[in-house]
Design a protein around this ligand. Structure first.
Ligand code: PLP
Length: 421
């Protein structure tokens, strides 16, 4: 699954002792395994190989330039959601013809930039957005390519915050509205309607909702084709779940076995846009125990990482395994229930609650596992904390792929007006 393994009772990332990086870089920091990252990308590409899909890695999961560059070099396209992600996608050398752009709230300026760069297409989420794209394309005297993002109204059985394919969600366009748009498509003279898109949610561990949604979209495409409305691309989104705790998500092969037969011989060009599946298990957070605090009711392990560095537990109640870097130094007979918490002034600042850990001591290092996706990309400077460094391991070599913020970074953009000086 991943290249974080114990060797002689010490945690290694590929061939590098994680503790050595902790001493060099100082905690907290993110640590990525290049082999795990590329391994997941290739697994998915191989599983869907017979369809020759375009895989557009979803940058929102982790937009570190080296992560995006590694995937782009391996042949991945990119799924973006903002002008900032477009900027970074182009910076890492991604061909605009491999960029797809979703988001319910694209601004006029973002639309203009993406059209000017000739991205593959926008995943359009509403009629007013379509009108705006048409207007901007007209101003630029070009035709913009779009796929309509369909909201297929299926239940993906995941956390409600990351459910996106139900009609109560803000995402996508219902079938009836999409049908009306496509049958009146000639009105939008500056739009090329290239395809359909769906993305029903994230951390989905069961293929059933995908099958249901893909079938609904294929039925819709048949109906459109009968009316001579051509559909070239079908983008089936991302959302593949990974193992955080004791989930049993399908492997890439198992998933493909169920989905590929539906899509074979449809004449459609297939796009996938996974994020978490590719990068989730390829990263960890390494943090140091500052204090072990006993209260009448609880044992707290206070670490030097906070919810600003990794917000998933606070935001979604997400589970992450927490492992000591050197379990041999720890007395397993004295396992205790701990709350693992950060230094931030919020009770929501926790990484685990009532977690049974071996007895740990101040100064020990811990690894918070499976934090490659929606980890650093959701990090902030809350409490004026410095966002952590990011380090990538490849074989026996380590590379700082993002430096820790500095105090200067905290104030660089602030301006004190004259009258306050
Ligand atoms: N595509 C779209 C449109 C998304 O909104 C997301 C995540 O929210 C993704 C792809 C990636 O999802 P995941 O990381 O679960 O694969």
């Amino acid at each position: 699954m991943h290249d974080f393994k114990y060797k002689n009772s010490e945690l290694f990332c590929e061939a590098v002792r994680v503790g050595d990086i902790a001493k060099k870089v100082a905690t907290p920091f993110y640590l990525y395994s290049y082999n795990t990252l590329l391994g997941h990308f290739h697994k998915l590409r191989k599983a869907f190989g017979s369809l020759k899909p375009l895989i557009c890695y979803s940058m929102k999961a982790n937009s570190n330039l080296s992560i995006c560059r590694a995937l782009t070099k391996a042949g991945s396209g990119l799924d973006i959601v903002s002008g900032g992600e477009l900027y970074k996608a182009l910076l890492v050398g991604c061909s605009p013809k491999k960029i797809v752009y979703a988001s319910v709230g694209k601004t006029e300026e973002e639309i203009r930039q993406a059209i000017a760069k000739q991205i593959l297409f926008f995943n359009v989420e509403s009629y007013p957005e379509l009108e705006l794209i048409n207007k901007v394309a007209k101003d630029l005297n070009v035709a913009a390519s779009v796929a309509l993002r369909i909201n297929p109204d299926v239940e993906p059985k995941t956390h409600s915050y990351i459910t996106t394919g139900k009609l109560t969600n803000k995402f996508g366009i219902d079938f009836d509205t999409a049908y009306t748009i496509l049958t009146h498509r000639k009105k939008m003279r500056h739009i090329n309607f290239n395809g359909l898109h769906m993305h029903i949610g994230s951390q989905i561990i069961d293929a059933q909702p995908y099958i249901q949604a893909v079938k609904k979209l294929l039925g819709f495409i048949q109906k459109l084709r009968k009316e001579a409305i051509p559909i070239e691309y079908l983008n089936i989104g991302g959302g593949l779940g990974i193992i955080y705790n004791n989930e049993k998500p399908q492997t890439a092969d198992e998933f493909a076995k169920k989905i590929v037969p539906l899509l074979k011989n449809t004449g459609l060009k297939i796009i996938l846009e996974p994020g978490r599946f590719i990068v989730g298990n390829a990263g960890i957070v390494v943090t140091k125990i500052l204090y072990v605090k006993k209260t009448p009711l609880k044992n707290f392990v206070i670490v030097d990482a906070g919810m600003n560095d990794l917000i998933r537990p606070s935001l979604y109640g997400a589970y992450h395994d927490i492992l000591p870097l050197r379990p041999s130094t720890i007395d397993h007979r004295l396992s205790t229930k701990y709350d693992v918490v950060g230094p931030i002034c919020e009770s929501g600042d926790f990484f685990a609650k009532d977690r049974i850990l071996p007895k740990v001591n101040e100064g020990d290092f811990l690894a918070i596992m499976s934090t490659g996706a929606y980890g650093f990309s959701m990090a902030s400077n809350y409490n004026c904390r410095l966002r952590p460094a990011e380090v990538m391991i490849r074989g026996n070599k380590s590379f700082v792929v993002r430096k820790r913020d500095s105090y200067l970074d905290l104030v660089r953009k602030d301006v004190i007006p004259e009258f306050l000086k």
